[in-house]
Design a binder for this molecule. Structure first.
Ligand code: NDP
Length: 341
């Protein structure tokens, strides 16, 4: 497979040019280009430039508004809402994160509900932004039905990721961001694109039996991680990003618009100011307490903290750039040089 090496600036420009040429407004496109560039920088390839054609295909959706301007409302002192107006999530998040952070600092805890947004990204960028502001963060979103509940055989839940972020005084924040399925759907798509089979245990085909064929997996259902435990987490995320914030469950997204090419629904962020939870201790003591736990993990050979891979890779890609398949580069260049809708 031929590859093309790009600096991160070139990666950003390629994404931005492709999106704007295809009719995405400048602020929406800028926010998406930043998000996919961060994914490439961190070698989270399934949410990097690979996703730009998904954003572009989503433009044919009935409900999408490619130049949507998000609207912020305060529902209660600690509860904020951004109506993304059926635009993409990255711009809505850009509008909602600063007030979320300010509110958590003043109230101790704050919630941000993002409604009516097309979410085609990982969750760590927003989790990391919360932790970079010195706050603890939780993020949840649902998507399109892809995962069978434990014991079932039909796709019902989305791959429903959640992220958690913990700020550290002397180190980059600890962040984990994981789907509630055994594997994210994007990884199954990458296997299909590259003609590779998937490992046993990731998915079942339309016949309800285990499959190693990525195409059959995409027609059937992915499995929740850890059986009933992952299934309950996927269920919780449906409730948090759906019923709680007045948005759709994953299966309702497809029922509203059967031809949809992207998930459109809710996302919930929770930010907590650790300094205001410290009680009898102080923030430095709290940080040192957490670091003692992390040190115990590091003592064990082979164990690491989530996000350490990301921080290591980031140093290299900022210096050396990234490598993407030549076919993807050609596809994005062609989008950038063709006027879309
Ligand atoms: P992975 O299984 O690749 O990684 C999940 C987390 O586990 C990461 O934070 C990773 O940190 C950490 N991790 C991996 N290996 C170890 C280890 N050995 N020790 C400690 N921590 C480890 O992610 P998924 O495949 O579950 O999800 C991929 C992405 O897909 C996520 O960003 C998710 O948000 C996104 N997604 C988005 C959806 C949407 O609808 N918008 C739907 C579903 C998924 P590290 O990065 O350091 O390796």
């Amino acid at each position: 497979m031929s590859t093309v090496t790009l600096t991160l600036d070139k990666c950003y420009a390629l994404a931005l040019d492709a999106l704007t040429a295809q009719g995405v407004s400048e602020p929406q496109a800028t926010a998406i280009a930043e998000t996919v560039t961060h994914a490439e920088r961190d070698e989270c390839v399934s949410h990097g430039l690979f996703r730009i054609p998904f954003y572009i295909r989503a433009l044919s959706n009935r409900y999408i508004v490619a130049d949507a301007e998000p609207v912020l409302t305060r529902l209660a002192p600690g509860v904020l809402r951004v109506d993304a107006g059926f635009g993409f999530a990255p711009y809505a998040l850009k509008c909602g994160l600063p007030p979320l952070i300010d509110t958590a600092r003043s109230q101790g805890v704050a919630i941000l509900a993002i409604n009516n947004s097309y979410h085609i990204a990982g969750l760590w960028p927003e989790a990391e932004a919360v932790a970079n502001a010195g706050l603890v963060g939780f993020v949840f979103t649902n998507s399109l039905p892809a995962v069978a509940p434990a014991g079932g055989t039909k796709a019902l839940f989305g791959t429903n990721p959640m992220a958690f972020a913990w700020p550290r005084n002397e180190a980059p924040p600890l962040v984990f961001d994981q789907a509630s399925s055994v594997i994210a759907k994007g990884d199954v798509m990458l296997h299909e694109r590259d003609g590779k089979s998937i490992p046993e245990g990731w998915a079942i085909g339309p016949d309800g039996h285990s499959t190693t064929d990525p195409a059959a997996a995409l027609q059937g259902a992915l499995l929740p991680f850890g059986g009933h435990k992952g299934s309950s987490i996927a269920l919780m995320i449906e409730l948090l990003a759906g019923a709680l914030i007045g948005d759709l469950f994953s299966y309702e997204v497809i029922e509203r618009d059967p031809s949809t090419k992207a998930p459109c629904g809710g996302e919930l962020l929770i930010a907590i100011d650790p300094a205001q939870c410290a009680g009898t201790t102080d923030r430095d003591a709290q940080d040192a307490h957490a670091e003692a736990l992390f040190a115990r993990i590091h003592e064990q050979q082979g164990a690491r903290l989530p996000s350490e891979r990301r921080w290591r890779v980031r140093e290299r890609t900022i210096r050396d750039g990234i490598s993407i398949p030549g076919a993807l580069f050609d596809e994005l260049t062609s989008y950038a040089s063709t006027v879309g809708r």
